[in-house]
Design a protein around this ligand. Structure first.
Ligand code: HEM
Length: 127
């Protein structure tokens, strides 16, 4: 029996809208903006590629950049619990904005919570 592929159910159009809405929020978030580049267009392009394969679509990210090794790629940045919460809050708001709802959203968001926790590499009270 074939399981539906989340990427196909969500659709490329919705996924791209979601990523764009997400980085508009990241750019405005006081906890996140300082660690991101001023121009987020390349970051957004890579995130569209990554989330496409994360959701079972074609391996666009790996084809261009190699194995994601996401935690390793985040080690250059101080990812604190506060920043993980902020990242997830931006994503939650972006999902609301683009009208992404239902079980597919819940499953996707639950996976993002797990992945975001995994990226944490610095305690909050580090300063
Ligand atoms: C890249 C922050 C969680 C996927 C980045 C970059 C930063 C960052 C600062 C570099 C941007 C650039 O230089 O273009 C964070 C923070 C997170 C987080 C604060 C909070 C937990 C996640 C999660 C995912 C993710 C949960 C995936 C579901 C990516 C990808 C890239 C990236 C695919 C591009 C990597 C590359 O350069 O090829 N992130 N991130 N991040 N992040 Fe995150």
């Amino acid at each position: 029996e074939n399981k539906p592929i989340p990427f196909e159910a969500i659709g490329e159009g919705m996924l791209h809208q979601l990523v764009d809405a997400f980085y508009i929020r990241v750019a405005q978030h006081p906890d996140l903006a300082p660690i991101f580049p001023d121009d987020l267009s390349e970051t957004a392009r890579k995130q569209k590629q990554f989330l496409t394969q994360y959701l079972g679509g074609p391996s666009l990210y790996t084809q261009e950049h190699g194995h994601p090794m996401l935690r390793a790629r985040h080690l250059n940045f101080e990812i604190t619990p506060t920043r993980a919460k902020a990242w997830l809050a931006c994503m939650h708001e972006a999902m609301d904005e683009v009208g992404f709802s239902g079980p597919l959203r819940e499953d996707f968001y639950a996976r993002l919570i797990f992945t975001a926790q995994h990226m944490i590499n610095t305690p909050d009270n580090d300063e």
